[in-house]
Each structure stands twice: as structure tokens, then as C-alpha cells.
Design a protein around this ligand. Structure first.
Ligand code: MF3
Ligand code: CO
Length: 228
């Protein structure tokens, strides 16, 4: 767990660094490069790079892109909302986290979406405690239009481990949460339909109706008291 803590601290610092770079005129590949350099400077490895062939260190998903946006020449512009998802592997263990950032001045609708998505994570984390079950988290997260075809997950020596942690569903189902488990809780919330579509590159996942989407994720440790 102390190794996990360190991996997660590096990951969260990488997310913060990327978030601070979000402003009009920046390209997504500049953010990717800065994150790569930072993670390597910490003696860690970007966990996403080459994961199932993924070609970058960060997923940068702008506006109607839900997840897995590949950094490149896209120039961020005023009013964009930008989801940053990043992982670091340190001494054999993974941290995984994400958040959506405003590029300059954004619409009220976009800001509300970001707030609701973040809040839904914190609703879910209330149930990330010994004695509850995995689906109690998803039931609490479920809000507005939550994406169903991608889910949270266990995280540790592998970035994706059991159990799956859906962001919706009936309470009282799935594995029991036990102290020592580490799980990534990661609501993806859409303004419109929760249906998504994966583009031909095999990664970029967009909303089916072209409306905005936001993401918020942290790696959470189940303890016998407050989740960490
Ligand atoms: N970060 C994603 C998750 O939260 C996984 C990214 S897949 C990758 O589960 F290929 F981009 F690494
Ligand atoms: Co994740």
C-alpha cells in the first residue's frame, strides 16, 4: 500500500500539472510531453504508454470526447472542456486518475457538467467502505446520464483488475468491499444520451449525440474506516 500511495501521488501530481496547462492555444501533444517528462522525472513510467498499443502517456478528451482521446496537434480553444486521464507505474504498482478542466471561460452548462461529474464520484466514495458491496458505489454514483459501456475497476499491479466498478445499477450486488482493496471509481457523465461510439482509431470514444461529456476518477483504498 505504501508503494500504491507513492504511485498515486505521482499520478495526481501529473494530473494537476496537465490541468494547469489547459488554456487556449496549447496543443494536446504539448500536455502529453510535459506529463511524460514529469512521470519519468519521478522514477516512474507512464502506465498508459503502449498499454494495449495506446500511443501516448495521457488520454486527453475534449468536449464531446468521453475518454481515450489521443493527444496530437489539436489546439485547445476558449470554451473547451478537457478531460485529462493519466496513470503512473511506480515500483510495480499503478495509480489511475482523471478530471475535466475548463479552457478559459466555459458555458454554464459545461461548468455544471464538470461539477456534477466530480460530485458523483464523491457520492460513490461514501460507499467505498468495508461492509458495502461494489454495486452500492455505482448506485450512489448514478446521476443524470452516466456512461454504461465503460466502468471503474480494481487497480494495483495491473491497471485494470477485478472487480469492475460500474457507475450505475441496483445496490447490494457484486463483491463485498474488504479493507486493503484498491479500486478506481470513475464516473463519465454526458449532457445528453449516455450512449457512446468508438471511432475508427479504436480508442477515441465520443458521445453518440455529439454533446459534452466529463470524467472524474481517483484510485481509492478501502480501509476499515474512511476510504483513502
Ligand atoms: N485510464 C483509463 C482508465 O481509467 C484507461 C486508459 S486506457 C489507455 O481505466 F490505454 F489509455 F491506457
Ligand atoms: Co481507470
Amino acid at each position: 500500500l505504501s508503494v500504491m500511495r507513492r504511485a498515486c501521488k505521482i499520478t495526481a501530481a501529473a494530473r494537476a500539472l496537465a490541468g494547469e496547462m489547459v488554456r487556449p492555444g496549447v496543443t494536446t501533444k504539448e500536455i502529453d510531453k510535459a506529463v511524460y517528462d514529469f512521470i519519468v522525472s519521478q522514477g516512474a513510467r507512464p502506465a498508459f504508454l503502449n498499454y494495449c498499443g495506446y500511443p501516448a502517456s495521457v488520454c486527453i478528451s475534449v468536449n464531446n470526447t468521453v475518454i481515450h482521446g489521443i493527444p496530437g496537434g489539436r489546439v485547445l480553444k476558449e470554451g473547451d472542456i478537457v478531460s485529462i486521464d493519466v496513470g503512473a507505474l511506480w515500483n510495480g504498482f499503478n495509480g489511475d486518475c482523471a478530471a475535466t478542466y475548463a479552457c478559459g471561460q466555459i458555458s454554464d452548462e459545461a461548468q455544471k457538467l464538470i461539477n456534477v461529474t466530480r460530485q458523483s464520484f464523491f457520492e460513490g466514495v461514501k460507499f467505498a467502505r468495508q461492509g458495502y458491496r461494489v454495486s452500492d458505489i455505482g448506485h450512489a454514483v448514478q446521476t443524470y446520464s452516466v456512461v454504461r459501456s465503460f466502468v471503474g475497476h480494481g487497480v494495483g499491479e495491473h491497471m485494470h483488475e477485478e472487480p469492475e466498478v460500474p457507475n450505475y445499477g441496483k445496490p447490494g450486488r457484486g463483491p463485498r468491499l474488504v479493507r486493503g482493496m484498491t479500486i478506481a471509481i470513475e464516473p463519465m457523465v454526458n449532457v445528453g444520451t449516455y450512449e457512446v461510439q468508438v471511432l475508427k482509431d479504436g480508442w477515441t470514444t465520443v458521445t453518440a449525440d455529439g454533446k459534452l461529456s466529463a470524467h472524474y476518477e481517483n484510485t481509492v483504498l478501502i480501509t476499515d474506516g474512511e476510504p483513502e
